[in-house]
Design a protein around this ligand. Structure first.
Ligand code: ITT
Length: 210
């Protein structure tokens, strides 16, 4: 793959404030929309980073967990990238399906979609599932990971038009009165409770200290 970006620094009015540009490398525009929305909505006064989208697919090494996939991918990307970057690996794990699709979520979504999960689960009573998100940041050539998870359950049928992937069949738990799928939530609402919202919060807290 090509590494195209060079470091991009923006000088503000105050010469001591330098914004460092961080490339979020992902082929998934929905993920970037969620990240961008989070960083735009968060208090940015002390943030020295801007996030830009490097819309590019990279080679994902296969592994048993989402965390291992994220670490292996970031390690391999860091050998060819010459600037700071961010990647994220995520997926849904269905307990009754013994952890499937987990790290295979992207492939499963592309092949059988959420309907495939509904079919596999049939009318099983245990519909519990969770989403995982792992960001790996490469900053000054050092890798740091941030994880988030949201528990919930798989619906009987799909609902909602927002979001992407398995959002229409996942109802997050832990929020009083929540009966809606992630696909029935606007981006900001989803970010408040989602796996990605949680990992993003940790990433944000780390970056703000820099
Ligand atoms: P990149 O690897 O280029 O970032 P990708 O879509 O292939 O894009 P992943 O390898 O991390 O991303 O695959 C994650 C898959 O899991 C994704 O394609 C969705 O099907 C599903 N997924 C992850 N997060 C999701 C979310 O917030 N809502 C719904 N489905 C999600």
């Amino acid at each position: 793959m090509k590494s195209v970006l060079t470091s991009d620094y923006k000088i503000l009015d105050n010469p001591r404030n330098v914004l460092r540009s961080l490339s979020f490398v992902t082929s998934n525009t929905h993920k970037f929309k969620e990240v961008n929305s989070y960083f735009t909505g968060a208090r940015l006064s002390n943030m020295k980073f801007t996030i830009n989208h490097l819309n590019q697919k990279y080679t994902e090494l296969q592994a048993d967990t989402i965390s291992e996939v994220a670490h292996a991918s970031a390690s391999s990307l860091s050998t060819i990238m010459n600037h700071d970057f961010l990647i994220e690996d995520s997926g849904i794990t269905v307990n009754r399906l013994n952890g499937f699709p987990g790290p295979y979520s992207s492939f499963v979504f592309q092949t059988v979609g959420w309907q495939g999960i509904l079919d596999l689960l049939g009318d099983q009573e245990d519909r519990s599932a969770f989403f995982t998100s792992v960001f790996v940041l490469s900053l000054d050539k050092k890798l740091v990971a941030f994880e988030g998870e949201v528990q919930g359950s798989i619906t009987i049928e799909a609902k909602g038009n927002f979001g992407f992937g398995f959002d229409p069949i996942f109802i997050p738990e832990g929020q009083t009165g929540f009966r809606t799928t992630l696909a029935e939530m606007e981006t900001d609402e989803k970010n408040e409770i989602s796996h990605r919202g949680k990992s993003l919060r940790k990433l944000f807290d780390f970056l703000i200290q820099k």
